[in-house]
Design a protein around this ligand. Structure first.
Ligand code: IDP
Ligand code: MG
Length: 148
């Protein structure tokens, strides 16, 4: 079992798509082990996206990600990191395949609805950045045996 960090970005909230996006992850069989509705601090977003600090879109990206509330999720399941990346689709909505979250719900480059960790190292780092240990929960669910 693997855990990944997902953010439903401010555009997902503004466009009332949180339920549909979270519903896709739940229906896939990913277990919610952490979830919060919050406005992200500027410093947290800067750290989160520090690999992009030299990119021309960095300032806009930080501004966008702190512009309003987001849903931060920790999801667990078999190969959760790659499974979620596959479900998200390519970075730009206009390039993402139909059937993916970005491909079905968006057409923008920046406003692409969802973030997902892209490697085990990133997932560990990002889960630690957005959640304290007491905010992540180990618990049993009736359908666990069917998701093994
Ligand atoms: P990812 O979210 O698919 O991993 P990254 O390349 O890591 O894509 O970029 C992080 C975020 O920065 C994207 O999700 C998107 O919101 C934004 N972004 C990336 N490239 C561009 C761009 O060329 N113009 C505007 N925004 C961009
Ligand atoms: Mg990325």
């Amino acid at each position: 079992m693997e855990r990944t960090l997902i953010i439903l970005k401010p555009d997902a909230i503004q466009r009332s798509l949180c339920g549909q996006i979270l519903g896709r992850f739940e229906a896939k069989g990913l277990k919610i082990v952490g979830m919060k509705f919050t406005v992200l601090p500027d410093e947290t977003v800067k750290t989160h996206y520090e690999a992009h600090a030299d990119k021309p879109f960095y300032g806009d990206l930080v501004g966008f990600m702190t512009s309003g509330p987001v849903v931060v999720l920790a999801l667990e399941g078999n190969e959760a990191i790659q499974v979620c990346r596959n479900m998200m689709g390519a970075t730009f909505g206009f390039k993402a395949d139909p059937g993916t979250i970005r491909g079905d719900f968006g057409i923008s480059s920046q406003f692409n609805l969802v973030h997902g960790s892209d490697s085990p190292e990133a997932a560990e780092r990002e889960l630690g950045l957005f959640f304290s240990a007491g905010e992540l929960f180990d618990y049993s669910k009736g359908d666990d045996p069917l998701m093994a």
